[in-house]
Design a protein around this ligand. Structure first.
Ligand code: ZN
Length: 497
């Protein structure tokens, strides 16, 4: 299967032609959430980014197995190997079972991602469901001499690994640099050969709730193990794409590469993809900065930094207006602009149905329509350049608006093409679906009030003996499918389906 798709590979630092290992099958692993708090923008960006990758690969005809894990044995604060597990901490504070916390927030995460129009992955494995696979991975690394047991914990031996392979190839960091950076890391002092070594298995302290028996101690796996173990279990020893946020490049993905290579003698992943980070009003998002906004707060507008509520599709559109490898800065102005852009697009798609074709196109319409599909594909094939797709779709919106205003003409074939391409790229590939404003009941009520108002105008026309206006209103309503009856108690109406 031939495709012109080119993907930027974080590992090689260049764009590479996408050639799956086992086409038409494609394996894609994306690091999912640690479920101990409400989903926020930091969760939305990788979910939306890789949802578009998932949709587009499927559109190209690949059979994609998309695996996204749920980290339910919480990795620890500050990515260190010590301290209290995030999920266990929340469980202690709220007096709940750790699994209750994980289940609750996994559910909240799903709800929010569904609203953002993200398709569910093919497999969503949980770390706690794969303790045995993680222990097997640790044992393999020990057997191959790249790890050591110390006081019941197992650590990855970076010095030993570096004699044969290269630790730091993904992040481009040197071993010296990594050692320097981990000098302040107090975890495992006295247990580790080098402070840069990371935990594969940790012996649980007596107060630690989440623990499993192992050959080394009652304990729990190091955070990096789950993705290596579950990626291999569901996608095989080598697979195509591994994705996640740029903040995971080091240490998480660097450690994953080391674990895979140490256990198998070769890397697992062909293309590493990373989405960039986002800021809020130019600042990094963080609980201590008071600019930590959950997705629910965006959807309801309930946050001091928000001037109003923003729909999930506005958030999605806003994220896709930037390339996934670029940063995104959220501000009310930017979101309002995104809201208008999305409205322009969905209105134009809605208007397509109202356009009547002519015998021929005018030159400008023909030019835009005939190149539209190709230009949208070119953009997507260039490392998923969604901003370029959106700008092509906006050109199409301009054409639609002219057609609606009878300032342009389009032939039947071109109208069909325009309609197909706009639906395909806006809805199927970018996943932007029109949102109904308000619930069905609200819409019904608003609609009823408009009909009542029109009938009131007719009654006034009648009272003023303006029969022409009164008849015109009745006829127009009838043409639109409304049956109006004058009874002795007043006027009644109903819509004939
Ligand atoms: Zn991961």
């Amino acid at each position: 299967m031939e495709s012109r798709l080119v993907i930027y590979n974080t590992l090689t630092r260049q764009k590479e032609r996408f050639e799956p290992i086992n086409a038409p099958h494609v394996g894609m692993y994306v690091c999912g959430p640690t479920v101990y708090g409400d989903p926020h923008l930091g969760h939305a960006r990788p979910a939306v980014t890789f949802d578009v990758v998932f949709r587009y690969l499927k559109h190209l005809g690949y059979k994609v197995r998309y695996v996204r894990n749920i980290t339910d044995v919480g990795h620890l604060e500050h990515d260190a190997d010590e301290g209290e597990d995030k999920i266990a901490k929340k469980a202690r504070l709220e007096q709940l079972e750790p699994m209750e916390i994980a289940q609750y927030y996994a559910h909240r995460y799903h709800q929010a991602m569904d609203l953002l129009g993200c398709q569910r992955p093919s497999i969503e494995p949980c770390a706690t469901g794969h303790i045995i696979e993680q222990q097997q991975l640790v044992q393999q690394i020990l057997d191959r001499g790249f790890a050591y047991v110390s006081n019941g914990s197992v650590y990855f031996d970076i010095e030993a690994y570096n004699k044969q392979y290269q630790y730091g190839i993904l992040s481009g960091r040197s071993l010296e640099n990594i050692k320097d950076a981990s000098r302040d890391n107090l975890d495992g002092v006295g247990e580790k050969k080098s402070q840069a070594d990371f935990a594969l298995w940790k012996k649980a302290q007596p107060e630690h709730i989440m623990r499993w028996p192992s050959p080394w101690s009652d304990g729990f796996p190091g955070w990096h193990c789950e993705c290596t173990a579950m990626g291999r279990k569901y996608l095989g020893e080598t697979f195509d794409i591994h994705g996640g946020g740029m903040d995971l490049v080091f240490p998480h993905h660097e450690c994953e590469i080391a674990q895979a290579t140490a256990s198998m003698g070769h890397q697992a992943v062909k293309y590493w993809m990373h989405n960039n980070m986002l800021t809020i009003n130019g600042q990094k998002m963080g609980k201590s900065l008071g600019n930590f906004i959950t997705l629910e707060q965006f959807f309801t507008g309930q946050h001091p930094l928000l001037e109003k509520a923003y729909t999930p599709m506005t958030i999605r559109f806003f994220m896709l207006s930037a390339h996934y490898r670029g940063t995104v800065d959220f501000s009310n102005e930017a979101l309002v602009a995104a809201e208008r852009g999305l409205e322009k697009l969905t209105n134009a798609i809605g208007d397509l149905e109202r356009i009547q074709p002519s015998a021929a196109c005018d030159a400008e319409t023909e030019r835009v329509v005939k190149s539209l599909r190709e230009r949208c594909y070119d953009a997507m094939n260039d490392d998923f350049a969604t901003p370029q797709v959106i700008s092509c779709l906006f050109e199409a919106c301009t054409v639609v608006n002219k057609l609606v205003d009878h300032k342009a003409t389009i032939c039947a074939d071109c109208l069909k093409e325009l309609t197909e391409v706009m639906h395909l790229f806006a809805e199927d590939i970018l996943g932007l679906k029109a949102e109904k404003s308000g619930s069905g009941d609200e819409r019904e009520a608003a609609f009823g009030r408009v009909v009542d108002m029109v009938l009131d105008l007719r009654a006034r026309a009648k009272a003023a003996k303006d029969w022409a206006t009164s008849d015109k209103i009745r006829d127009e309503l009838a043409a639109a499918g409304f049956e109006v009856k004058d009874t002795k108690d007043g006027v009644t109406w109903r819509l004939n389906k």
